[in-house]
Design a protein around this ligand. Structure first.
Ligand code: ATP
Ligand code: MG
Length: 410
């Protein structure tokens, strides 16, 4: 504040001095110069509002762009699994286009502002020059005034600017602080050969050591085609981790996972085609329908049936837009159970031969869960379902159960 004060005093003194000089020179000149300075101060204000708006637009567009990246990159694995990379590309491209448009708009306004200032300055210079020439001709001022009069306009302008700037800074300058926290991972492209889905999945002496010293070891497991297996075990026994190992998201520290075709030959399947519903399912800021089809409109005709099968129909009736209801990730406008149903329907419409479901119904009530399981388990796909706290009745819906126990290994 103290630093600004001398500028304010300097500005005021300069202003008073110039006015005194001009009064001494000629009244007409004083009034003309004052009018010209007033106009040149007001002119930029006309364009200032749209310029401010354009600046604000850049900041909001930037925010939207970062939010979009955040919402969509969170589901990168899912987008890869359902080959919906094109959608990711189009939404991020759309958001970045908006940001680009906002920048273009702002640049245009800045250029316009500079042009207006430039034209006005040249025009006013000419007016003062002609007026002074007229006054000299009529003997109202001396010839030398012609040389110095332009400077008065400049100093007057400077003085007013200095005063208003100092005042503005005293009031406190508002600044827009933008946070850029984008951390986009690189998508790794697998070069594995695509082969048929396996008929059998086996694990052999499977073991995983985490860098923090935590170790998991698994019994040898075999999953046969079409089986409906319930995978249980206390929290932390490695159920979710087993899925990640099968999906190739984690590499075993010892032992291996074997995929076999119907003739018992070991194969190298495209693991992305395994249907996987993670414990914390990812949904996208798009319609319920798009979240089910994962933006593949060739699957639209299957949506209705899958919605029935996962008991989502009654939930959809609550929304005016029904299946076209757009999901809002910030103010989550659906329940945890509805979210799980959407993801279950997603697995259904994609017709995978193998589906791994991690706690897919934990937020859905018991009677509805039984209903959903009843329909889901009728499919011919191989299904492995992780669940906690299932009742005897629910257990019986499955072909068999694999129960994991925590083993302490060193
Ligand atoms: N990235 C990791 N780093 C270190 N330890 C991990 C990591 N991921 C999992 N673990 C550990 O591995 C163990 C098994 O985790 P996992 O998520 O597979 O358990 P879970 O059986 O699915 O449990 P829950 O029923 O609670 O979901 C846990 O003790 C966990 O702390
Ligand atoms: Mg788990």
């Amino acid at each position: 504040m103290l630093v600004i004060f001398p500028y304010l005093i300097f500005g005021v003194v300069q202003l008073i001095t110039i006015i005194i000089y001009l009064i001494m020179l000629n009244w007409v000149l004083l009034i003309t110069i004052c009018i010209i300075v007033a106009i040149s101060l007001v002119l930029p204000k006309l364009i200032e509002k749209p310029l401010q708006k354009a600046n604000k637009l850049i900041s909001t567009s930037n925010e939207i762009y970062l939010d979009t990246l955040n919402d969509w990159l969170r589901g990168l694995d899912q987008l890869r699994q359902f080959a919906a990379g094109a959608k990711l590309f189009s939404v991020t491209q759309n958001a970045s286009k908006k940001l680009e448009d906002a920048t273009v708009k702002q640049t245009t306004y800045t250029k316009l502002l500079n042009a207006i200032n430039g034209i006005a300055s040249a025009l006013f210079g000419l007016i003062i020059f002609v007026l002074t020439g007229f006054l000299v001709k009529n003997g109202l001022v001396q010839m030398s005034t012609l040389l110095i009069v332009g400077n008065f306009r400049f100093y007057l302008n400077q003085a007013i600017n200095e005063i208003s700037q100092a005042r503005g800074e005293m009031k406190g300058v508002k600044s827009l602080i933008e946070e850029v926290n984008e951390a986009a991972e690189k998508v790794q492209v697998s070069d594995k050969q695509k082969t048929n889905m396996p008929t059998v999945i086996k694990t052999e002496s499977l073991r995983l050591d985490f860098p923090n010293g935590e170790k998991l070891s698994y019994p040898d497991i075999q999953i046969n085609q079409g089986e409906k297996i319930l995978l249980t075990g206390d929290s932390g026994t490695g159920k979710s981790t087993l899925f990640k190992l099968i999906l190739g998201e984690l590499a075993p520290s010892a032992g291996k996972i074997i995929f076999e075709d119907k003739d018992g030959n070991e194969i190298n399947p495209d693991l992305k085609t395994i249907g996987y519903l993670p414990q914390d399912p990812v949904i996208f800021p798009a319609s319920i329908k798009e979240n089910i089809t994962m933006f593949n409109n060739k699957l639209d005709n299957k949506v209705e049936r899958s919605v029935e099968e996962v008991d989502l129909s009654s939930d959809l009736q609550k929304f005016d837009e029904g299946i076209n209801k757009k999901l809002n990730l910030d103010k989550l406008n659906i329940s945890g159970g509805q979210r799980q149903k959407i993801v279950l329907a997603r697995a259904q419409v994609h017709d995978s031969d193998i589906i791994l479901i991690d706690e897919g119904t934990s937020a859905i009530d018991q009677s509805e869960t039984i209903d959903i399981l009843d329909k889901l388990l009728k499919s011919k796909a191989t299904i492995v379902f992780i669940a906690h706290n299932f009742t005897e009745e629910m257990h019986e819906l499955f072909y068999r159960e694999i129960h994991l126990i925590k083993t302490n290994i060193n």
